[in-house]
Design a protein around this ligand. Structure first.
Ligand code: NAP
Length: 483
């Protein structure tokens, strides 16, 4: 199967923070892959902007090294690399001062799509937005891309939205949540809304519960000080996990268009019930004889910040009343695995003897490390011995189902940047969505703070605190194994 690549129109993309970690690891290698696939036109220009003094040649060298380091799929002497590097330029710009802005302005071309990617600390978003506007770099159809975290609570997110709104219209603002750019996440919408098979069953009448898991093996490592001010709730749940929940739970939008999709997601967030604190488990990974624990990584021996969270949520609407959504995410867990499991109810009546066993269908959407889907179907165990039921997976690992071309499926950042150039906001969060998500999470966080709640310790390499298992056991359910 050969994937169809539709080239985007030519563009000027300015990456503020073009020398930083995110630009080197994700944005620039991602753009290079789109260049290799033929999607990025050769006339496009990518302008790195940061305070460090450097010329174009220095920036190209930095990008060459980043691609070698972070794009393992290409050989070091890949023939397209020089062509891509030709598209690069660099300007030393201070987001908070006057330096470099005239030079940047002089580089921008008339009649070309302009996009400004703010891959810098959120404290600089306002300064950059203001200068882009007042210095006339941003035109009415220019786009501004902002990275997470988008605020740390409702008040700060609202302030950030207001600041951006002073200089940009909502249809110019692209708030990135890279989970939405994942192939499987979009496939979730294709499966739900492109098949007759699932949608009639997609409700509390047929679905027992849903599990959303984002498990990481890494700890907070070098990001300890930053992470300690955030925690799993702010870093993962408020954005990535809630976005996944929205896509599973939303009503069919009338069209696959930005506001139709985002209106439906917003309704889900607004229908989320406040969470009883008994339905939340917070954890911190413990130290071992040889490895530091969370508090050592955070350099905060009294830290109450969670590196793990599990919770049970309910959505108050006709479709979902009575079907719980269990979400969990954590660091230093047994395996790196992100998945959504839709667990269907038992058949209403079994025609088989008790010893045949009873099984439930489960649709699992794997997000990482391998993207794909799997549907657990109950069949008769082959062979003699009467009717015994077993579960077999109908497995659609993309790589196996779609062949080697799936290697060329763009990763989340590549896809999202191309969507920015195309002016398609469907996979980006709207301002009211982000605020609604904070409005739901704020009282939960405030509750922990008021109760001075201390997270439970869990072993590195485990599947999280015991209490998280109990959260499910109490309901007669269990988490899927993290593997
Ligand atoms: P980083 O490695 O610290 O890079 C920051 C960049 O900003 C550098 O290029 C820096 O270059 C530039 N910069 C700092 N102050 C500046 C100023 N006053 N004017 C102009 N440029 C300035 O940070 P990062 O990890 O790339 O993260 C960037 C953003 O992405 C943050 O909002 C972060 O939360 C978000 N994010 C990062 C990741 C990730 O994996 N790294 C993932 C998700 C979201 P100079 O020092 O030369 O100015």
């Amino acid at each position: 199967m050969v994937s169809r690549v539709i080239p985007v129109e030519t563009f000027d993309l300015v990456i503020f923070g073009g020398t930083g970690d995110l630009a080197r690891r994700k944005i620039l290698p991602g753009l290079f892959r789109r260049f290799c696939s033929g999607q990025m036109p050769k006339e496009a220009r990518i302008i790195g902007a940061a305070r460090s003094e450097m010329d174009d040649a220095g920036f190209r060298e930095l990008v060459r090294d980043a691609i070698h380091e972070f794009d393992s799929k290409r050989p070091d002497d890949c023939p397209e690399l020089n062509g891509f590097l030709e598209c690069l330029a660099y300007v030393a710009v201070d987001a908070k001062g006057d330096g470099g802005w005239n030079e940047l302005s002089a580089l921008m071309r008339e009649g070309t799509v302009r996009a400004f990617y703010l891959s810098v600390a959120p404290s600089l978003f306002g300064d950059i937005a203001e200068r882009l506007h007042t210095r006339g770099l941003a035109l009415r159809d220019s786009r501004i891309v902002v990275e997470k975290p988008f605020g740390r609570d409702l008040a700060s997110a609202r302030a950030l939205n207001e600041t951006l709104a002073l200089h940009f219209h909502e249809d110019q603002i692209y708030r990135i949540d890279h989970y939405l750019g994942k192939e499987t996440v979009q496939n979730l919408m294709a499966v739900r809304f492109g098949n007759m098979l699932f949608e009639p069953l997609w409700n509390s009448q047929y679905i027992d519960h849903i599990q959303i898991t984002v498990a990481e093996t890494v700890g907070v490592g070098g990001r300890g000080a930053y992470y300690d001010k955030s925690g799993a709730m702010r870093d993962m749940v408020q954005n990535h996990l809630m976005q996944l929940l929205c896509l599973i739970a939303m009503e069919p939008p009338s069209r696959f268009e930005p506001d139709s999709v985002r209106d439906e997601k917003l309704k889900v967030i607004r229908a989320l019930e406040p969470v009883d604190y008994h339905h939340i488990v917070r954890g911190q990974y413990d130290k071992t004889d040889t490895q530091p624990g969370y508090r050592e990584h955070a350099e905060n021996p009294r830290s109450h910040t969670e590196s793990y969270i599990a919770m049970k949520c309910h959505i108050s609407n006709w479709r979902w009343a009575g079907t719980p959504f269990y979400m969990r995410t954590g660091k230093r867990l047994r395996a790196r695995a992100s998945e959504i499991a839709i667990v269907f109810k038992d058949t209403p009546h079994s025609i088989f003897d008790e010893d045949a066993g009873r099984h439930r269908n489960t649709l699992v959407i794997h997000l990482q490390p391998k993207e794909g889907m799997e549907l657990g179907v109950t069949i008769k165990e082959p062979g003699p011995g009467g009717m015994r039921l077993i579960d077999v997976p109908l497995d659609m690992t993309f790589q196996e189902a779609l062949g080697p071309d799936v290697e060329d499926v763009p990763d989340a950042y590549e896809r999202l940047i191309m969507d920015v150039i195309r002016g398609n906001q469907t996979l980006f969060m709207r301002g009211d969505e982000v605020e609604a998500a904070w409005a739901w999470t704020d009282p939960i966080i405030e509750g922990w703070e008021a109760r001075k709640e201390v997270p439970k310790l869990y072993d590195s390499g485990s599947s999280g605190p015991e209490d998280a298992l109990m959260l499910m056991h109490r309901d007669g359910r269990k988490w899927r194994e993290i593997k």
